[in-house]
Design a protein around this ligand. Structure first.
Ligand code: EPU
Length: 417
């Protein structure tokens, strides 16, 4: 199994380009199931989750063709609307097949994802919402089977904001009869990206980015050419890495407007940001930062997907930081590993109290999920000595060319088998 070796202590310098967003491209790829015409996506990141999605789509009978960062998807026929546990267990976003398969094909059978390293993550809200659109849902042998001759528009309200839940229902409702209104919808930029793509395919969706989304059902959708938005979490991750090591870096294709909560916290901690050039973020850090308090929330609040990275940064910032996790119940798996590198962190329920230390020390550490893994990379970049990160396959799920991009900035990082 591969591991990553990092020799810490080098300030990051230079320029890199951000990739397409994982959490935007996944729902958009599933949206291809809604049309029998060709869909062409640009700026598709080369990630494990993307290849898992492609494999799932191919299992349904869809043909795909990849040409560097462009992906062609043609769902001419859906032969087998079944997502097996083998694939679903490696990527929870597989549940996003449910809405589009049901809308186009009237039937879907998807393995239940089960819990994962960051929490229980049930899909009850997706299923309840599909039932209110008229789907007949049954659960047995670890699979959810959904059927509907024709979904019917309705008004529904999510009990808790759910990102993929909102996306799944949006994709189900675009081909439903009549109008669907989603109340308490999630407002993440990736939802807007999906809606823009669907609208380009002929859907009629309004209100994304607010808590009420209106979808007027249409009879069919056509093919599309669409460019995936930049990854705001990847961008935030590199910003935190530079903040931690010190240095001066320009991130191209970075969309500052999607990163406000992160940029505000980094500025409070003492980082210099220059946003004067469109689609570009310039960051300068002396590597000597102040503590910060963070509470994760649905967008536009501070993203849970940046919590672990900020914890690594808080570990070496002066003073005591409080980091509260409000989205997932078990997203502190990185804490024990950061402690092994010398971080001083106490957990009180869903709050981590982080006392900044003057330096971290390299150690062998174990990655547990995507964002936890990258927080260990950040810790490794600032630590004295060598950090050895095991189970790096988590990183390949969500960071395109991580070692190449960091090496380009001068980091001493390599992957060994
Ligand atoms: N929830 C339920 N029932 C449901 C759905 C959600 O109780 O049916 C709960 C969850 O357990 C959680 C909360 O609602 O406590 C919010 O979860 P949400 O449904 O919004 O998460 P998700 O859609 O499964 C997406 C991202 C995650 C990101 C979260 C929160 C994708 C593919 N995944 O997950 O991304 O953390 O939203 O922003 O978009 C990552 O990229 O590392 C990642 C985990």
């Amino acid at each position: 199994m591969d591991k990553i070796l990092i020799r810490g202590g080098t300030p990051l310098q230079g320029e890199i380009t951000m990739s397409g967003a994982k959490n935007a491209v996944l729902p958009i790829l599933f949206a291809s199931l809604l049309t029998d015409e060709n869909c062409v996506y640009k700026n598709v990141p080369d990630l494990k989750d993307v290849s898992t999605t492609v494999k799932l789509l191919e299992n349904f009978g869809v043909s795909t063709k990849k040409d560097e960062n462009t992906l062609h998807v043609l769902a001419h026929n859906i032969e087998k609307p079944l997502a097996s546990y083998d694939l679903v267990k490696t990527m929870r976003a597989s549940v996003l097949a449910l809405g589009p398969l049901l809308a186009r094909h009237g039937y879907a059978r998807i393995a239940l994802p089960g819990g994962c390293a960051i929490g229980a993550r049930p899909i009850n809200l997706h299923l309840n919402a599909l039932v209110s659109l008229g789907a007949d849902i049954s659960l047995n042998e670890g699979y959810v089977t959904a059927q509907a001759k024709k979904l019917k528009g309705t008004t529904l309200c999510f009990e808790t904001t759910t990102v993929t839940g909102t996306e799944n229902i949006m994709m189900a409702a675009v081909l439903a009869e009549g109008t669907t209104i989603i109340e308490n919808a999630a407002k993440e930029p990736e939802i807007i990206d999906l809606a823009q793509c669907l609208n380009k395919m002929g859907a009629k969706i309004e209100g994304t980015g607010t808590s009420r989304i209106t979808i007027e059902g249409v009879s069919d959708l056509k093919g599309v050419e669409y460019e995936i938005m930049p990854d705001r979490i990847e961008t935030g991750t590199y910003l935190v890495a530079v903040a931690a090591t010190g240095g001066e870096v320009v991130l191209h294709n970075g969309e500052a407007k999607h990163l406000q909560s992160i940029l505000t916290k980094l500025t409070q901690m003492g980082v210099d940001l220059d946003l004067s050039v469109k689609n570009q973020i310039k960051i300068k850090s002396e590597g000597k930062l102040k503590s910060v308090n963070i509470k994760t929330e649905p967008y536009p609040g501070f993203p849970t997907d940046m919590q672990a990275q900020m914890m690594a940064l808080a570990s070496i910032s002066e003073g005591t930081s409080f980091i509260a996790e409000h989205i997932f119940e078990n997203r502190f798996m990185h804490v024990c590993e950061l402690q092994r590198m010398g971080a001083e962190i106490d957990i009180h329920g869903n709050v981590a109290q982080v006392k900044g230390v003057s330096h971290l020390k390299g150690a062998p550490v174990m990655a547990t999920d995507l964002r936890a893994s990258v927080s260990l990379v950040i810790a490794g970049l600032v630590a004295e000595g060598t950090t050895e990160i095991h189970r790096v396959y988590h990183l390949d799920r969500g960071y395109e060319a991580l070692e190449r991009k960091l090496s380009q900035l001068g980091a001493h990082i390599e992957r060994v088998s």
